[in-house]
Design a protein around this ligand. Structure first.
Ligand code: R5P
Length: 260
């Protein structure tokens, strides 16, 4: 792996803990003004100090993030269909590598839709993105998007993660599931979990705890942070689980304390 790529990855995955808390705020790329991110700048400014990086689109980055930010930027570079479409898999690469370099990104990310109508195109796009990104020492994060009809189980997520790794992704983002250890075992590149739909804070902390215990290198979490009653408390609590090996109870105390 080239020096530049390793250097960029080290900005995201802490060399000290080997873990990462990525803050996912790219939801608007197909959901529009998502609950909690309607006023994106206002929502993320207080959270940035507790995240290892932001996962965001170029448009929101340019308009809502101070260029003097200390936060490394992972750029979502795919898109296409909105939530109004039945087939969300109809994605293309929408942001160029030149733009990612111009924006000083430390990585680029896109979704693959294994089992989706456009499975083949999205997987091929991942391969092409890796080819291009590696020319510049840019890491690629592959997201295993899950269609409505697809089960979030070990078999499916294991398949999708492995396919992402086979195409050369440097990090894979997927969902937590029962027997997650087996998904991790079969995917020789670092895995981060998405949080998915908003659930109870303690349950979200438990999910993060389980994922770390099962071998994930961290989270790329959105709604369970920015839709929480107390987003700062929640990101602090998640950070403690990921980087300080905090128990769920200890992390929940951090959340509760911040709430007060
Ligand atoms: C989804 O397509 C986006 O890539 C999100 O970044 C991802 O799902 C993580 O966000 P959440 O924790 O809200 O699921």
């Amino acid at each position: 792996m080239c020096w530049g790529l390793r250097n960029r990855l080290s900005k995201v995955i802490s060399p000290k803990t080997g873990k990462t808390v990525m803050l996912a705020v790219d939801h608007g790329y197909f959901q529009g003004p998502t609950t909690g991110l309607r006023e994106l700048k206002k929502a993320i400014d207080p959270l940035i100090p507790y995240a290892d990086c932001l996962f965001i689109t170029r448009g929101m980055l340019r308009n809502c993030v101070d260029p003097q930010t200390k936060s490394p930027i992972f750029l979502r570079v795919s898109g296409g269909p909105s939530i109004l479409k039945d087939d969300l898999s109809d994605e293309h690469i929408t942001t160029s590598m030149t733009e990612a370099l111009r924006l000083n990104a430390v990585g680029v990310g896109m979704s693959i839709f294994v089992g989706g109508v456009n499975e083949s195109r999205t997987v091929a796009n991942l391969g092409k993105l890796v080819n291009e990104a590696e020319e510049y020492g840019m890491p690629v994060l592959a997201i295993t998007a899950v269609g409505k009809e697809m089960a979030r189980d070990e078999r499916y997520l294991g398949l999708a993660c492995r396919m992402a790794a086979e195409q050369g992704a440097h990090i894979v983002k997927t969902y937590y599931c029962d027997n997650f250890k087996e998904v991790v075992k079969a995917c020789p590149v670092p895995i981060v979990i998405a949080g998915g739909k908003k659930i109870d804070e303690k349950d979200a902390l438990q999910m993060a705890r389980n994922a770390i215990d099962d071998g994930a290198v961290g989270v790329d979490m959105g709604r369970n942070i920015f839709q929480s009653e107390n987003p700062v408390g929640m990101i602090k609590a998640i950070n403690a689980v990921v980087h300080k090996n905090a128990s769920v109870d200890d992390a929940f105390n951090i959340y509760e304390k911040e709430k007060k």
